[in-house]
Design a binder for this molecule. Structure first.
Ligand code: GLN
Length: 505
């Protein structure tokens, strides 16, 4: 077995038994990145010096016979919208091409406290907006299973890096499926925790009421170990609650005992299958694969129940109103003055002014700086979202769109609450399609938006959900999504671990 194949537990054992050093482990990954990254573009920045420095520190601890945490010396990749102090953080955008993070995100602080090795920053769709990895301003991430296909987005780099053994695990962010979709396309595990379980401090905001950081890994066990390390209440994020039941919960949010040590039995499991998720548009082979998995779970003793989530049909529209509204507000801070690229002192190469301004336009006043910096710094899809968001928030449309969408969001949440009175978990495909070909959906943004159809209701409702590999169709990975009740993150992980084994049989 190669060093780059090891699970977290195996690597930990190897380190404490001195079968290899943290430095050797880090170097094995760095070498692999050097060989492979040119092909698949999973990393935007490789922090070799930081990684080697961190690894040496772990080796010193081992040498001194000190006890080291499970994650000490374990190399990881971090999506490039999560801040790592003194390392470039681009969000996949030209507007932040030369931006260096001034502090560590809370998740990074927590991982560094455990002695995790940060190998580098992973590629993504610009500002986490996209479903394929093709909207990165610095090159698309290719799918390691088939280089002609997309890796899924927006956490394209984290998923491809994990799938291609360029790291042991990665952190991604999920606003409307961005951890689960690339996990599904790349054949790895991707977990989106309950909204509030993980601090968002230091995550560049896309849509704050939907964003959540979570792990991508090759096994559910690995994802669970990472989740355990990062799910802490954080005073720097007022929406963070962690998963510890001792924490006070804001009114209306129910917090259940996380079933950390629950021993899993298939006989106790009631699985809900929402009829709204098995409809036209889903590729027949994917449907067959998921139904085959469900049959297996039934054989093992689980009870299957058909359920209805009747407002599912409004989820995509609701998401695209709320998300764009929040995107337009959050990205307003990139104005050419405070962060990154500015037309006031442009160093951007190949600058071609927007048609409105025409070649040779002089920047005359502050408004010009805003317009030019944002017009040139943001990519096309980001600008599209900002325009949509500004529109739904504008006077006269706010009530008709934004407020209405918030009401529908509540109905979607209630659908899930009702369903969870009857079932323990809900199973669906992660994506209606197999990983598509590069360029296939670039001309039609709406068809790209449809890739998220099975995942966004989960973000609107704030629930935990995981995508696990469930075999292959035409040699391409298929993902199975498990959705759980709010704050039952550990239960979902527990169940996923059991199902993962069955899926692989
Ligand atoms: N694909 C979705 C979008 O473009 C999801 C983004 C995300 O989860 N970050 O909005």
């Amino acid at each position: 077995m190669e060093l780059t194949d090891l699970t977290i537990t195996q690597a930990h054992q190897g380190l404490i038994k001195k079968q290899f050093s943290a430095l050797e482990l880090a170097k094995a990954f760095l070498d692999r990145i050097k060989k492979r990254n040119k092909k698949i573009s999973a990393f935007l920045t490789v922090c070799e010096d930081l990684a080697l420095f961190q690894a040496k520190k772990i080796d010193d601890l081992v040498f001194q016979k000190r006890k080291i945490p499970l994650l000490a010396g374990i190399p990881c990749a971090i999506k490039d919208n999560i801040l790592v102090k003194d390392i470039r953080c681009t969000a996949g955008s030209k507007i932040l091409e030369n931006y260096t993070a001034a502090y560590d995100a809370t998740v990074i602080k927590l991982l560094k406290n455990q002695g995790v090795i940060v190998l580098g920053k992973a590629n993504l769709d610009e500002f986490a907006i996209g479903s394929s990895g093709e909207y990165s301003a610095f090159g698309k991430t290719l799918n390691p299973h088939d280089l002609n296909r997309v890796s899924g987005g927006s956490s394209s780099g984290p998923a491809a890096a994990v799938a291609d053994n360029l790291c042991v695990f990665a952190l991604g962010s999920d606003t409307g499926g961005s951890i689960r979709l690339p996990a599904s396309f790349c054949g790895v595990v991707g977990f989106k925790p309950t909204y509030g379980a993980v601090s968002r401090f230091g995550l560049m905001a896309m849509a704050s009421s939907l964003d959540q950081i979570g792990p991508l890994a090759r096994t559910v066990e690995n994802a669970k170990i990472v989740f355990d390390a990062i799910s802490k209440k954080d005073p720097m994020d007022s929406t963070s609650l962690g998963t510890d039941k001792r924490f006070q919960v804001s009114p209306g949010r129910l917090l259940e005992q996380p079933a950390r040590q629950a021993s899993f039995k298939f006989q106790d499991l009631v699985i809900g299958i929402p009829r709204e998720y098995f409809v036209r548009g889903i590729e027949p082979e994917i449907e067959a694969k998921i139904l085959e998995a469900i049959k297996k779970f039934e054989k093992m003793g689980a009870r299957i129940k058909e359920i209805g989530l009747s407002h599912t049909k409004y989820a995509l529209a609701t998401y695209y109103i709320i998300m764009t509204a929040e995107v337009s507000a959050n990205l307003a801070r990139y104005d050419g003055i405070r962060f990154g690229f500015s037309k006031a002192n442009s160093k951007i190469k190949n600058f071609t002014p927007t048609p409105k301004f025409g070649a040779g336009t002089k920047i005359k006043n502050l408004l010009d700086v805003y317009l030019q910096s944002r017009g040139k710094g943001f990519g096309e899809e980001v600008r599209r979202r900002i325009m949509l968001g500004t529109y739904v928030l504008s006077r006269g449309f706010y009530e008709a769109y934004y407020l209405k969408a918030q009401k529908v969001r509540t109905l979607i949440r209630e659908d899930f609450n009702k369903a969870f009175q009857k079932v323990d978990i809900i199973l669906t495909p992660t994506s209606p399609t197999l990983p598509f070909r590069i360029g296939e959906k670039m001309k039609n943004p709406l068809s790209m938006y449809l890739s998220d159809i099975f995942m966004i209701a989960v973000n609107l409702a704030g629930l935990p959900a995981i995508s696990i590999p469930c075999g292959k169709v035409k040699n391409l990975p298929v993902g199975l999504q498990i959705i759980g009740k709010e704050f039952q993150d550990y239960k979902i992980l527990e169940v996923a671990q059991a199902l993962e084994k069955t899926c692989r049989i």
